[in-house]
Design a protein around this ligand. Sequence first.
Ligand code: C2E
Ligand code: MG
Ligand code: MG
Length: 749
Amino acid sequence: MASVTEIPAGTASVETHADQVDHLLQFQRDALEMIAVGRPTDDILDGLCRLAEAMVPNSVASIMLLDADRAHLWVRAAPSIPADGIDALNGLQPGPFAGSCGTAVFNEQPVFVNNVLSDARWARLIDIAERFNLQACWSMPIRSASEQVIGSFALTSFKTRPPEPFHERLLDTASYLAGIVLEREQHAENLATAAVAFDHMREAVMVTDNRNCIVQVNRAFERITGFAAEEAIGQTPKMLRSGHQDALFYSEFYRALEQQGEWRGEIWNRRKNGDVYPQWLSVRIVRDDNGEVHRYVSVFADITDIKESERKLWQLAHHDALSQLPNRLMLGARLDHAVQRAHRHGERVALLFIDLDRFKNVNDSLGHQVGDELLKEVAGRLVSSVHEDDTVARLGGDEFVILLEDIPHANAALRVAERLLKRLGESLVVADRTLFVTASIGISLYPEDAETPDLLLQHADAAMYRAKALGRNRAAFYAPELTRDVQQRLELEHGLRNALARNEFVVHYQPQFAASSGRLVGIEALVRWQHPQRGLVPPNEFIPVAEESGLIDELGCWVTKTACRQARAWRDMGYREFMLAVNLSPYQLGSACSSRLASIFEQVGFPREYFEFEVTESLFVEQGGMAMRQLRHLREQLGIGIAMDDFGTGHSSLSQLKQLPISKLKIDRSFVTDLPNDANDAAIVRAIILMAKTLGLTIVAEGVETEAQRAFLRECGCDHMQGYLFARPMPAAEITRLFSDTGITDGNP
Ligand code: C2E
Ligand code: MG
Ligand code: MG
């Protein structure tokens, strides 16, 4: 109490106006000096109080501040007020009758109470006034930079007195300076808080300057990228690039930053250890007062975990738990996409609906666990039987669907189906049991069968039921005519296998004659199938199937051997001056071809120089150099002849003939048919013969049926002729009769 009444030491009496102004300036200068040298806030606030007290004798100064909820005032600085005085003032609630400070803060106006004891605003604080002998109290609100009242600066006198203008200006100045000091303190606190937050954020922060050099990073940056702050600072963010975004991406990125001042999105970056990871990135431009780029602030989070859990969720939603194959949902999405693509590019899509035959039996008799194992095995077989880009999905139960994109034709889809049937048909061991499963496959095609994904699936399903109805373990198309073809083809293939074993093939022979003398100069072996139900089946109906199913090797060998044996028999009868011609399929050409042939000649005892293969041009065009080398080998090593069959139907030109290892050219029947009346064909045939002659090739005309054709061909210089006009292909016995009838022998049998 006593200390409050004491007048502070060093009090100067304030007299003249000029003195007052001088003192005010001095007050400001002293206060600013304290701020400038960075004295602690509390020292400065105490200092402000002391300076004010020095200018107003018989008074004490105090600074009270609102707390965070703005409900109470607390003494922040009051160097001349004793502790019990401060205790009495602390917690003052602002209000219309809350003493000078409480009222000033409440009304946000200065309050000058000249006589505390008689002023209503002090009525409630009269105890304090009496206790500490307070007479007058002037209070000025302190404002923050944003003009918000944050407290008050007060001078309390031990005598009643009204303020002079000087006092008002002093209070005004002191509260203003206190506001600055407190503001600065707040700012520093904010900065310190920001710095702590900066380093404790989970997100990485990277600040770059206007030249995009890194100037600051936080700890999360170090943790996520693996680069220490010292390693990063001074570098550019390029050090983080993964290469997953291209130049176009970055030009878009900077364009967006420039235009919107901000960019957000997902990008892939690389850690120091080389790992590439996804991050969610937000970049913002900070501009200076002139609007120039000052800083780029990037905040990013490592979203590897989020991505991974997203992926797992996605996997769960789109995949079948048992087989891990895509489920119906995923198939739907892929099918939608495939149909759109096929529509755009004019491509074809095939859908294979696969249902295991009698799967229920497995489940019922062996239990679900075995059933599940079997389904997993089936899933694996399906996946391994198709290309990686094809979609194999499980719809549920024993139903699977395979989506084939960009297939050239229906037959290609059928090939896949057949491959699947074959693979599924192989025995499998589940839980120590050997099981056999078969499946029925329905095929629908876009765009032939349906234009929408839903219908395609429905049709494939319907086709699958047709396959079941046809006897299971087979494929069926949705389109009935395609299915019929498939049926026939499957039956044919099946029949062909048995035919070889059952010896159902026969070879017919068609002689070739010299155009000039009419002498028999050659015999072409032509295979037929003596089918138990269908009768004699022509080669055009089964050779392609034999070629596709790989049976052609065995069949071709059989024909060659049979024909050689027969020709050997004729030779033994004394008929020796003819070439034996056998047709060779391109599918037969392979490394084993020539050794197999050599062993046939040896076995049969047939002279190779009387043997020739007829090959079609497609062989030269499609298989290129490989086939050419093999044929050349056959010709040079074995000494057999090579004739080009069906010449003119393929794509080889006359000029290419020179390079081919052939000795004979057979003009295709299609050029002969309309001779001699069709001027075009006549010209072509004439040209072919002329050209072939200059190359030293022997010319054979196929399919000569009329005298007129024969006359024309002879006149053109054709060497040999083959056709119904002379003889149809016939069984060996008839050729023997022909030999003996015409008596064409070279002499002694
Ligand atoms: P290719 O080698 O061009 O055989 C000639 C075909 O024309 C034969 O049909 C023959 O019967 C027929 N032909 C002959 N002269 C006439 C005629 O004056 N008028 C008409 N309209 N047709 C005539 P084929 O026997 O049905 O054989 C068809 C094709 O099957 C053969 O054409 C050949 O490419 C192939 N082929 C036949 N046997 C075999 C074989 O053992 N192996 C292979 N790879 N292919 C064979
Ligand atoms: Mg032929
Ligand atoms: Mg021919």
